[in-house]
Design a protein around this ligand. Structure first.
Ligand SMILES: Nc1ncnc2c1ncn2[C@@H]1O[C@H](COP(=O)(O)OP(=O)(O)OP(=O)(O)O)[C@@H](O)[C@H]1O
Ligand SMILES: [Mg+2]
Length: 307
């Protein structure tokens, strides 16, 4: 199933974050076994997998919530240990968890600088923080009506934007987004995906956990599949069909999701997917068609790969 990942750009660059043989168990449960993963600067890597595949466990290891049992993590070419969330942030890894952990009663500026307030002598430098907040949100092309309104009154997409903007205050080199569009509508999803592209433009490595294939195909450069806690595929998004990703997730080439997808996509892309089963990637045009077919439905309403 594993496809070769000769990262044409990456070949000349060092990954910012690299996992080698990382394993983690919880008692008798093998949550992760021998995971390898590289993330390059300016690259969006999507992690996909069925329920219980180990995605959140992987995020938590990188965020310093759980230590790995074995294997090495390298950051900027150095072997590192990430014993605590503080250590993770200090390295330059920012994690935006699914619950966002924003303070609803505080305004946007206060949320952005929570715990990292800028001071002017003994008092807070509100003006400076407000200016920096605007500057950051502008860089992200974020649509926030005011930085002085309580986060509680923002939409889901705007809240996600604030959470992502906050993660950038510490100048990270890697941003991990756990299901950033799971609770969002169409327009908000598009906004967040734009934001992910801004992060990539800034040269950050982005790890995107998602259940939504439309999002993954719209924004990721590479998709890494976990299955039962193991690597089960590492593909360039441009070279892989929806059916192939689903097959890697489910571990079957013929299953209810791929059959439905094929029926939707029509015979042309189904033939392309079959022709490409060897992984040679010689049916470029068919694959592109296939992507469009699956991007067209509103993001957030696309088939869930688990169902
Ligand atoms: N703290 C924990 N204690 C015991 N078992 C755990 C713990 N966290 C995760 N697991 C187990 O590890 C495995 C991987 O779980 P994980 O949450 O990483 O999966 P996931 O890919 O994030 O799934 P989902 O898509 O449902 O969020 C599962 O079998 C889960 O039950
Ligand atoms: Mg999870």
């Amino acid at each position: 199933m594993e496809s070769a990942v000769a990262d044409t750009e990456g070949a000349t660059r060092e990954p910012v974050l690299s996992l080698k043989g990382v394993s983690k168990g919880f008692g008798a449960v093998r949550a992760l076994t021998d995971i390898n993963l590289d993330i390059y600067p300016g690259e969006v890597v999507a992690i996909v997998g069925d329920n219980g595949a180990g995605k959140s466990t992987l995020v938590k290891i990188l965020a310093g919530v759980h230590p790995q049992d074995s294997g090495t993590i390298m950051f900027d070419g150095q072997v590192v240990s990430i014993p605590t969330p503080t250590a993770s942030r200090a390295l330059g890894i920012a994690t935006v968890f699914q619950d966002l952990a924003l303070c609803d009663n505080l305004d946007v500026v206060s949320n952005l600088f929570l715990g990292r307030e800028i001071r002017n002598g003994l008092s807070l430098d509100e003006e400076e923080m407000e200016q920096r907040a605007w500057s950051l949100l502008r860089q992200l092309s974020a649509k926030i009506p005011s930085v002085r309104i309580a986060v509680a009154s923002l939409s889901g997409g705007q809240r996600q934007t604030v959470a992502i903007a906050r993660s950038l205050i510490g100048e990270p080199s890697v941003v991990i987004l756990d299901e950033p569009t799971a609770a969002l509508g169409v327009a908000q999803t598009a906004e967040v995906l734009n934001l992910v592209e801004r992060l990539r433009e800034r040269g950050l490595g982005v790890l995107l956990i998602s259940h939504n294939m439309a999002d993954v195909q719209a924004v990721a450069d590479r998709v890494v599949v976990l299955r039962l806690g193991r690597n089960n595929g590492d593909f360039h998004v441009a070279d892989v069909s929806y059916e192939e990703i689903i097959s890697a997730i489910t571990g079957a080439t013929d299953n209810v999701v791929t059959r439905r997808a094929s029926a939707h996509a029509g015979s042309a892309s189904a033939a392309a997917a079959a022709a490409d089963a060897s992984g040679t990637g010689t049916v470029e045009s068919g694959i592109t068609e296939d992507f469009r077919t699956h991007e067209t439905p509103a993001p957030g309403t696309e088939e869930n790969p688990q169902s």
